[in-house]
Design a protein around this ligand. Structure first.
Ligand code: GDP
Length: 203
């Protein structure tokens, strides 16, 4: 499959700003600086679609993108929406602001009807920290389908990558298939992620 087009749609800080178009939606969550924007850009093969942050923790709104994607050369293009959520766990943000973000993100993850899957991005190099486990538990508690993208795999020697992905699955109590090894730098993992997401969008 391939991405035919990708465009920014809008930002939203409250519910009545969520897009009304009926496309199936996929949300991306992760700790600040984990590599979420880079992975989004790799998924749509564009640099700068989702802003790669020089200052972590700066994206304070939900950002919606529209993607047209073809499963195969002859298939009809399929529209879907991607939602980039603000990164969590950025310590330098005042507590009141953090609470506002949390409420905004949680409302969306709980209430958004057309949300078919959530991609939780984790750092392949480290055992998932408490904040990642909490995010996963929250998503599962609300019945969300979660795929984990273990990114920055390029920072590990090739011989350790498989074990790192397996380790993340084990640590998060997920099936091995639900953890997809990725690297935005190498551009790896994006096809595998699309294959999984494509199947979920069709369900
Ligand atoms: P975000 O805050 O989660 O959106 O993270 P960014 O996409 O802005 O990336 C944070 C930092 O990690 C930047 O310096 C990126 O260049 C770097 N980065 C992101 N993805 C990768 C990756 O797959 N491999 C490596 N080596 N660095 C990455």
């Amino acid at each position: 499959g391939k991405v035919i087009s990708a465009e920014f749609v809008k930002t939203a800080t409250k519910r009545d700003e969520w897009p009304l178009e009926p496309w199936p939606e996929i949300a991306f969550v992760g700790r600040s600086n984990v590599g979420k924007s880079s992975l989004l850009n790799a998924l749509v093969r564009r640099t700068g679609l989702a802003r790669v942050s020089a200052t972590p923790g700066r994206t304070q709104a939900l950002q919606f993108f529209k993607v047209l994607r073809q499963d195969s050369p002859k298939a009809r293009p399929r529209a879907l929406a991607l939602c980039d959520l603000p990164g969590y766990g950025f310590a330098k943000v005042p507590q009141a602001e953090r609470d506002r973000w949390a409420a905004m993100i949680e409302d969306y993850l709980r209430e958004r009807k057309r949300l078919v899957a959530v991609v939780l991005i984790v750092d392949a190099r480290h055992e998932p920290p408490e904040s990642d486990r909490e995010a996963l538990a929250f998503l599962q508690a609300h019945g969300r389908r979660v795929l984990v993208a273990a990114t920055k795999m390029d920072k590990l020697p090739k011989s350790r990558r498989f074990a790192a992905a397996r380790g993340a699955a084990l640590a998060l109590a997920l099936a091995p298939d639900d953890v997809v090894p990725c690297s935005a730098v190498e551009g790896t993992g994006t096809d595998a992620l699309w294959t999984r997401l494509g199947a979920l969008v069709k369900e």
